[in-house]
Design a protein around this ligand. Structure first.
Ligand code: FAD
Length: 438
């Protein structure tokens, strides 16, 4: 008799809520990961760095499980999760399936389907809060509706926080309950080739062992893309290769500003949970009336970092080369695309989704809708970033732009594709016309 623990966005053994409960279930625990073909089929790049990150962290989990002290391993499957569960329950006497909550619309539907299927077979499907401190309806306005403005949300969030919310789950005490390695027919570890991908040789996975000084001095350094001034933990939060409880504990003790950023992350996840329509629609519906220009040539130049605006171009090249872009620059390139070029935020969002190692639906959608003005707590539409003054302010010595634009001082660097003053007036007029009720 077995319980399964299903790894998803929580690729670690330590302080993992669902895993902790599985290990205490009284059954032997089979650790499972499924390469979900519904997701993989949408990935165009066979070298996708995210797959390499997942692969490496699964390898780490496998090695930890195979250590003599635990003597277990990992079961990896490829396919549609529902089909995999059908196969597994044929083979094994499974009593319970444990996993952690996922708030994305696709995952919610998938989990409902699997829960229904399993429960018809008398197998309990149990899922737990793990990737956030507060979720779903835990932080609501007094009238029990969700917050759509960050500051009061964060105030309530902080007021609700009790020490036990940050307590780690001591999974390690129960590692003996993993199914043992001698049942080797359940274990396997496919290579990336076997699932149709290549290992990316330079996936730019940042270290989790970042200097704590960064959090300490966060205010002074966070806005300057040439500095190593932010934690670079976003891919680890995305894949759950670090625990949010441990990070939030450190942040709370060290720096309020940094702590607030972790709350932004939860704010956007809560918005996605309550308003799944934001995936395809403006949060403020009237913004769907904006007549986007959607010029494909200009979009292509933006993607390649050839707009002639150095801060925009440096950001896009950093993204294309490394899968990362500094937050300040994300705001500038997103504003430039939606406002200077009047291109639909959904185009930019989809491009980021393809390229970012830390791609996360809730934060990406939130960031894009913020920039376009259409989202919760968004920048007012008349606020149009001036990419030149942003450059002067945040990359005064031009270190960042020169790192990414090698031809900056040569005749090969393009002239601006659009004039700032004209673009500013054009967007203000277009937005005003679209947003003014008839
Ligand atoms: P730090 O400054 O060290 O912050 C620590 C953590 O706080 C981050 O890792 C992240 O989890 C969280 N955080 C910080 N800022 C934000 C924010 N504005 N919104 C939500 N969470 C935040 N973040 C993603 O994780 N995935 C995305 O797909 C994503 N897309 C974005 C798209 C746009 C247009 C914009 C403007 C922002 C986007 N962000 C996204 C938010 C932010 O840019 C990144 O989280 C941050 O740059 C990651 O670097 P870091 O880990 O060094 O951040």
């Amino acid at each position: 008799q077995l319980a399964i623990f299903w790894f998803r966005r929580d690729l670690r053994l330590d302080d993992n809520a669902g895993l902790y409960h599985a290990l205490r279930s009284g059954f032997e625990v089979l650790p499972l990961f499924i390469y979900d073909t519904e997701i993989l089929d949408d990935l165009e790049d066979k070298n996708d760095a995210r797959l390499t990150m997942i692969y490496r962290y699964l390898k780490k989990i496998k090695d930890e499980l195979e250590d003599k002290k635990i003597s277990s391993s990992l079961c990896i499957k490829i396919g549609k999760p529902i089909a995999i569960y059908k196969e597994l329950i044929e083979k094994f006497d499974i009593k319970e399936v444990y996993t952690n909550h996922d708030y994305e619309p696709y995952a919610k539907v998938r989990d409902e389907e699997i829960k229904d299927f399993l429960e018809k077979k008398d197998i309990h499907f149990k899922t737990f809060k793990d990737q956030v401190i507060f979720e779903k309806n835990e932080v609501l306005k007094d009238d029990q509706t969700p917050y759509v403005v960050y500051t009061p949300y964060s105030r309530k969030w902080k007021a609700a926080l009790k020490p036990y919310h940050l307590k780690s789950y001591p999974t390690e005490k129960y590692f003996d309950n993993f199914i043992k390695l001698n049942k080797s027919e359940v274990f396997n570890f496919p290579t990336l080739k076997e699932i149709g991908f290549e290992e990316n040789q330079n996936p730019h996975i940042p270290s989790t062992d970042f200097p704590k000084e960064i959090i300490k001095n966060y205010e002074e350094t966070r806005d300057f893309p040439a500095k190593e001034g932010t934690s670079r933990l976003s891919p680890h939060l995305r894949f759950g290769t670090i625990s949010i409880r441990k990070l939030a504990t450190l942040a709370k003790e060290t720096n309020e500003k940094y702590f607030n950023e972790l709350i932004w992350r939860e704010f956007y996840m809560t918005i996605l949970y309550h308003y799944p329509k934001v995936v395809n629609n403006a949060f403020r519906s009237n913004y769907d009336k904006i007549p986007w220009r959607n010029n494909e040539t200009e979009f292509e130049k933006w993607c390649q970092g050839k707009t002639g605006y150095p801060l925009v171009d440096a950001g896009m090249r950093q993204l294309n080369e490394t899968g990362f872009m500094h937050n300040r620059v994300r705001m500038v390139v997103a504003s430039f695309l939606t406002k200077h070029l009047l291109i639909d935020w959904r185009w930019g969002e989809a491009y980021f989704a393809k390229k970012l190692l830390d791609y996360e639906l809730a934060s990406n959608n939130g960031g894009w809708q913020w920039a376009a003005g259409s989202g919760v707590d968004a920048a007012p539409y008349f606020r149009v970033f001036n990419p030149e003054s942003q450059l002067k302010k945040f990359d005064k010595n031009q270190k960042y732009i020169r790192t990414w634009i090698k031809e900056y001082d040569t005749k090969f660097y393009p002239k601006p594709i659009v004039e700032h003053k004209m673009a500013r007036e054009r967007v203000l007029e277009t937005y005003k016309k679209a947003l003014t009720p008839l």
